[in-house]
Design a protein around this ligand. Structure first.
Ligand code: ATP
Length: 309
């Protein structure tokens, strides 16, 4: 009997992500877009504590405003727990306590991190032993970003973003991220991009691919080269829906210690890359002095992991 099987509760940590490259292709017949993404897991974490219960319940705490997080079966972590139970034939339930560190609807995959953490936590709490590969397959059924939250590190995602291959990355990259108090809806940002492309007759590529310059910069641990190759096709749509982000990007990019900035995923979180921890600290202080909430994070970090409870 494993130690996890007899635990009263299990604590799992899963990271938020940045997309350092995100190319969006056309809409497919199923309504989804083909994408090519370079993900990096960063040191902003969700924690999920799982304990035995007859039912499936969830509570949310932490420093992040979680007003918009559903506390019923729409919660991605609850859906993940139910999926593990269904797959393993487990008949009990679980209480999940989510401690949020990743901004809600911020484009950093916080809900996906909760789902990944819940998959790992329930499998350990119930002793269902589904194992890494089956949990990865369940992750892909829950959402495009969930498999990456399981894996962590640096990875390339194709298809809907969920067909992952790990990418080589050397050293660490220092980022300063600026969350917004109000989120952006991912489906809304995609529809806005489609409308903008339709209106300007831009035909998206039929086979999105990560720029080799991004892979080279990651492999070399070269922040200057990575900053020059940052790209996010959703950024134009996010800036159009939230014009104030343009001022923030311009300000951040004008600061000497910033190498470049990008909207993270569907936004509205903006991430600036710095050459190292000291430059990141300088950038954080300058952005804070200008009235922005600015957090220093680094990547890559590992995916969903059990921690001592
Ligand atoms: P992504 O970039 O993966 O599309 P995001 O980081 O922009 O997502 P999330 O914080 O993951 O945004 O949440 C998006 C929406 O999903 C929220 O507005 C909320 O209604 C819903 N949601 C469901 N479960 C969760 C959860 N556990 N945490 C946060 N949001 C959740």
């Amino acid at each position: 009997m494993s130690q996890a099987f007899i635990a009263d509760r299990v604590r799992v940590r899963a990271p938020g992500k940045l997309n350092v490259f995100f190319e969006v292709g056309g809409v497919q017949d199923d309504g989804y877009h083909d994408v090519a993404s370079a993900y990096q897991a960063v040191s902003l974490y969700e924690e999920v504590w799982a304990s035995h219960s007859d039912d499936f319940t969830v509570s949310v705490s932490g420093s992040i405003d979680s007003t918009d997080v559903p506390l019923d079966d729409r919660n991605l972590a609850v859906r993940a727990a139910r999926l593990v139970a269904r797959t393993a034939g487990y008949e009990g339930g679980v209480h999940l306590d989510i401690v949020k560190g990743v901004p809600v609807a911020g484009g950093m995959g916080g809900g996906s991190a909760d789902a990944a953490a819940a998959l790992v936590a329930c499998d350990a709490l119930w002793g269902t032993d589904l194992g890494g590969q089956r949990l990865q397959r369940l992750a892909a059924r829950l959402g495009a970003d969930v498999p990456f939250a399981m894996l962590g590190g640096t990875a390339i995602g194709t298809g809907r973003g969920d067909q992952l291959s790990p990418a080589l990355a050397k050293g660490r990259f220092d980022w300063v991220i600026v969350p917004s108090s109000e989120g952006l809806s991912t489906p809304e940002v995609y529809s806005h991009l489609d409308r903008m492309r339709g209106a300007s007759d831009i035909r998206p590529t039929s086979s999105p691919d990560v720029d080799p310059a991004v892979l080279q910069a990651l492999r070399a641990g070269d922040a200057v080269a990575l900053a020059a190759a940052l790209r996010n096709d959703l950024q134009t749509a996010a800036l159009s829906l939230r014009p104030s982000l343009r001022d923030l990007l311009e300000l951040g990019e004008s600061i000497d210690s910033s190498l470049g900035g990008i909207v993270s995923g569907s936004g509205p979180t903006v991430a600036f890359l710095a050459e190292g921890p000291e430059a990141a600290l300088e950038l954080q202080v300058t952005l804070s002095a200008a009235g922005y909430e600015a957090l220093h994070v680094h990547g890559p970090v590992s995916g969903a992991r059990i921690l001592p409870a």
